[in-house]
Design a protein around this ligand. Structure first.
Ligand SMILES: *Cc1c(COP(=O)(O)O)cnc(C)c1O
Length: 418
C-alpha cells in the first residue's frame, strides 16, 4: 500500500501534485510519503504487538536522517552495517540500546565507535571477528554484547545477488559450526553472549523460508540452553519483499501469524530488521524526459535519471514500474527508458510498453524508496538527487541536491601541479 495515486490524471504524493514538486526542486527527485512510511512501520509494530519486540529499521535501505527519525519517533531502532550508518542513526535520535550492528568486515575503529556508543549488540559474522571484538573490548575495559549471525542454509528463492543465507555465502557462521563458536564466545572474557541473529536474503515473497529458518534457529537456541548459554535476543533479520510488478508478498501480519506461535512460551525479545518492506513503496524517483530517439531496432526514451541515481535495474535486472506524472491519452509503444550515463547498462526499463512519452514531460519511477538513493553514486560526476518528504498537503526538503562544488570538495591539487 502506498499513497502515490492519480487524481484526474495527475499523479499525487499524498495531497501534493508530483509535477509541482518536480518543477520546484528539479529532477531527478526522490519523493517520499510520510504517511506511507508510518503505515508500514506500524504494520510491523502492531502485527507483533503481543510479543516483546524491537523493530530495527535496516539503515542501508535508506539512510536519510529524516526518514530514520520517523521510525525512531515511533520507538524503532536501527540495523546498521557500518560506522557511517551508526553516526546517521545516532544523529537521527535512534537510542543506542536499540541499535544492532551486522556486517562481515567491521574494522577496529568501527568496533570502538560502536562500543563507545553502547549499541545493543554486535551481530558477529565469523570467529576471527569474535576474537577481534573481544580484543578491542578488552583494551577499552568494556564488555561487548554479541549475537552470532547464523547462516541457516535456507533458500529464500529470491534473486541470487540478494540471497544471503546459503552455505556458499560470505554471511554468518554455518549453522553446523554454531555450537562451537558459541562455546568460544562464552570463554572470551570481554564479550557477553546475549543473542542470535539470522538474515536469509531480500525481496522474499513467501512465508515458508522465514518459518523454516526460524525453526532451525530455535533448535539451536534449545541446544545452547542445555549447554548453559542463555539467549535473550532473537534477531530474525529482514527481507520481506514488496510488490514491484505483480508480486504478492506476505505482509507483517502474515509473518506474525506464522512466527509468533513458534515463539510462545519462550522468554525472548524478538528483533526484526525490515528495510525494503518499510521504505520501498514509500518513495518514487521523478525524472524528466530529455530526448526521444528512434534506434534501428527500438525506441529510446532518454531521461535525466540514470544508473547513478537508481542502480537496481542495472545491478539486479530489477523491474520498476514507470508512470507518467500527467496521464494523457496516447498510444503505447515498446521502448527502453535510459539515462544519460555513458554505459550500455544504464537503463531504468527495457522493452517496456509505455504510453508514448513527450520531450519535457515527467515520469515517475515507482517503488524507488529502498536501495534507491542509498545506492546512488556520483559516477559521470553527476550530482546526487534531492530528496523531499510529503506529509498531507505539506512538503519538506530532506536533502538538498548536491552542487558541483560538492563533487570536488574533498579533492586536492598537489603543489607541484600548481
Ligand atoms: C540488508 C539487510 C537487512 C534488510 O533487508 P530488507 O530486504 O531490506 O528488509 C536486514 N538485515 C541485514 C543484516 C541486512 O544485511
Amino acid at each position: 500500500m502506498h499513497l502515490f495515486k492519480y487524481r484526474s490524471g495527475e499523479l499525487f504524493a499524498e495531497d501534493v501534485p508530483v509535477r509541482g514538486l518536480a518543477e520546484k526542486y528539479g529532477t531527478p527527485l526522490f519523493i517520499y510519503s510520510y504517511k506511507t512510511l508510518l503505515r508500514h512501520f506500524r504494520a510491523y509494530d502492531e502485527a507483533f504487538n503481543d510479543y516483546p519486540h524491537i523493530i530495527c529499521f535496516a539503515v542501508k535501505a535508506n539512510s536519510n536522517t529524516a526518514i530514520l527519525r520517523v521510525f525512531s519517533k515511533q520507538g524503532g531502532g536501527a540495523d546498521i552495517v557500518s560506522a557511517g550508518e551508526l553516526h546517521a542513526a545516532l544523529k537521527a535520535g535512534v537510542p543506542s540500546k536499540k541499535i544492532v550492528y551486522a556486517g562481515v568486515g567491521k574494522t577496529e575503529e568501527e568496533i570502538r565507535f560502536a562500543l563507545r556508543s553502547k549499541v545493543l549488540m554486535f551481530n558477529v559474522e565469523s570467529g576471527s571477528e569474535l576474537r577481534q571484538i573481544d580484543r578491542v573490548a578488552g583494551k577499552m575495559r568494556a564488555k561487548a554484547p554479541v549475537a552470532l549471525r547464523i547462516n541457516p542454509d535456507i533458500d529464500p528463492e529470491t534473486h541470487p545477488y540478494i540471497t544471503t543465507g546459503l552455505k556458499k555465502h560470505k554471511f554468518g557462521i554455518p549453522i553446523g559450526d554454531a555450537l562451537e563458536y558459541y562455546r568460544l564466545a562464552s570463554r572470551l572474557k570481554n564479550v557477553n553472549v546475549i543473542g542470535i541473529h539470522k538474515h536469509i536474503g531480500s525481496q522474499i515473497t513467501k512465508v515458508t523460508p522465514f518459518v523454516d529458518a526460524l525453526k532451525r534457529v530455535l533448535i539451536l537456541i534449545d541446544e545452547l540452553s542445555m549447554q548453559g548459554v542463555a539467549i535473550t535476543y532473537l534477531d530474525i533479520g529482514g527481507g520481506l519483499g514488496i510488490s514491484y510488478k505483480d508480486e504478492e508478498p506476505p505482509v507483517p501480519k502474515d509473518l506474525a501469524k506464522n512466527l509468533i506461535p513458534l515463539l510462545e512460551g519462550r522468554d525472548l525479545t524478538l528483533i526484526m530488521e525490515p528495510g525494503r518492506s518499510i521504505v520501498g513503496n514509500a518513495g518514487i524517483l521523478v525524472t524528466k524526459v530529455l530526448y526521444l530517439k528512434k534506434g534501428v531496432e527500438k525506441e529510446f526514451v532518454i531521461v535525466d535519471a540514470g544508473m547513478n541515481d537508481l542502480i537496481r535495474p542495472s545491478l539486479y535486472d530489477a523491474y520498476h514500474r514507470i508512470l507518467p506524472v500527467v496521464n494523457r491519452k496516447r498510444d503505447a509503444v515498446f521502448c527502453d527508458v535510459v539515462g544519460p550515463i555513458c554505459e550500455s547498462g544504464d537503463f531504468l526499463a527495457r522493452d517496456r510498453e509505455l504510453r508514448r512519452a513527450r520531450q519535457g514531460e515527467y515520469l515517475a519511477v515507482m517503488s524507488a524508496g529502498a536501495y534507491g538513493f542509498s545506492m546512488s553514486s556520483n559516477y559521470n560526476s553527476r550530482t546526487r538527487a534531492a530528496e523531499v518528504m510529503v506529509k498531507g498537503k505539506e512538503h519538506f526538503l530532506i536533502r538538498r541536491r548536491e552542487s558541483y562544488d560538492d563533487l570536488i570538495r574533498n579533492e586536492r591539487i598537489p603543489a607541484f601541479l600548481k
